[in-house]
Design a protein around this ligand. Structure first.
Ligand code: SF4
Length: 331
């Protein structure tokens, strides 16, 4: 991986933010694109927000991109473009939690700070037989304290990398490589045949179902889009004019649209197949309804703006909307 052995705190930070909640294969091209387009924190700080969001498009969890950009600006303005060099300072940066601050502090500045990620938790839970759920206060404290006790004070960076790699490659969630494992003799999970039980599983998260009704309002060369500005998912991304309903919209569709647009002068011309996008806590059901206003020129669509179809590719859209636009050959 290009970030292995990296000493530049900016690149470590970039890789860590990109890889949060993202598989390595998915995050890798994004890391390389960001690194190439913004080789220093100054380049990122000075980039327009829409450009940063566009480069992030498809990676999900968009608050990470907003925080990334905001933090770059903060470092540029308040730290003279120099990355803070201690855990205490790093943890104050927006979007930087314990894990990322520890990783930057230990890899770039050799600070004795243990990282605690899913891989580390799995190794420690099994070797030491810890049966506290890692997402509880007691569990978090236990894993953090134990990790800090175990860290190699002379080589904190390589130690952190080694235990994370060990969890990723040997002590894997399924079928760990116990046969060749040097911890086998004293690994509690192995000795007590409790490998499948440890670490204790997280509590199940309740999934919220949401129904987004998108309106496709376009002429030969223009289309309406809107920016999501509320504190909600996909903040600062663009989408088609949309209203949300608590259930799938199957009846009185025209009335519902007229209510949202406060306008009756249109006809519904087509529906898309509904699509579903699964997020961590939510399931987004999206339906696309094409409508034709009596006069596109005079038509106003709530908080939406008209843009040229040829410019559509400059905006960052959530995956569901982007896929629809692609299907219609609009991007
Ligand atoms: S013996 Fe198996 S479960 Fe225990 S640390 Fe090694 S790989 Fe993990």
């Amino acid at each position: 991986m290009p970030w292995k052995g990296e000493k530049n705190p900016y690149f470590i930070w970039l890789s860590e933010i990109i890889l949060q909640q993202t598989r390595v294969e998915q995050g890798l091209p994004y890391f390389l694109n960001f690194k190439q387009k913004y080789p220093t924190v100054k380049h990122l700080a000075e980039a327009p927000e829409d450009e940063v969001m566009k480069l992030w498009q498809g990676l999900g969890y968009y608050s990470r991109a907003r925080n990334l950009h905001e933090t770059a600006k903060n470092i540029q303005t308040n730290h003279n473009g120099k990355f803070p060099s201690s855990f205490e300072e790093l943890i104050k940066l927006k979007g930087v939690g314990d894990y990322t601050a520890s990783a930057i502090a230990s890899f770039a500045f050799s600070e004795i700070k243990a990282v605690v990620d899913g891989n580390v938790i799995r190794v420690l839970a099994r070797v030491f037989g810890i049966d506290l759920p890692p997402d509880t206060t007691a569990g978090k404290k236990k894993f953090a304290t134990l990790s800090q006790e175990l860290i190699d004070e002379h080589e904190p960076g390589p130690y952190n990398q080694a235990i994370m790699d060990f969890g990723a490659v040997v002590c894997t969630p399924q079928n760990p490589g116990c046969d060749a494992c040097p911890f086998q003799k004293f690994c509690v999970a192995y000795q007590q045949n409790r490998i499948d039980e440890l670490p204790v599983k997280k509590k199940k998260i309740k999934i919220q179902e949401r129904y987004f009704n998108y309106l496709v309002i376009k002429s030969k060369d223009e289309i309406y889009i809107r920016k999501r500005t509320d504190s909600d998912i996909w903040k600062n991304l663009y989408e088609l004019p949309m209203f949300e309903t608590s259930k799938p919209l199957k009846k009185n569709i025209k009335e519902a649209i007229a209510g949202y647009l406060t306008n009756n002068n249109f006809e519904i011309t087509a529906y898309s197949e509904g699509s579903v996008q699964l997020l961590t806590h939510r399931k987004i059901h999206a339906q696309f309804i094409e409508i034709e206003p009596q006069s596109f020129k005079k038509f106003r669509a709530a908080d939406a703006q008209k843009v040229k179809l040829t410019h559509l590719d400059n905006f960052a859209f959530p995956k569901t909307v982007h896929l629809y636009l692609k299907l219609k050959n609009l991007v």
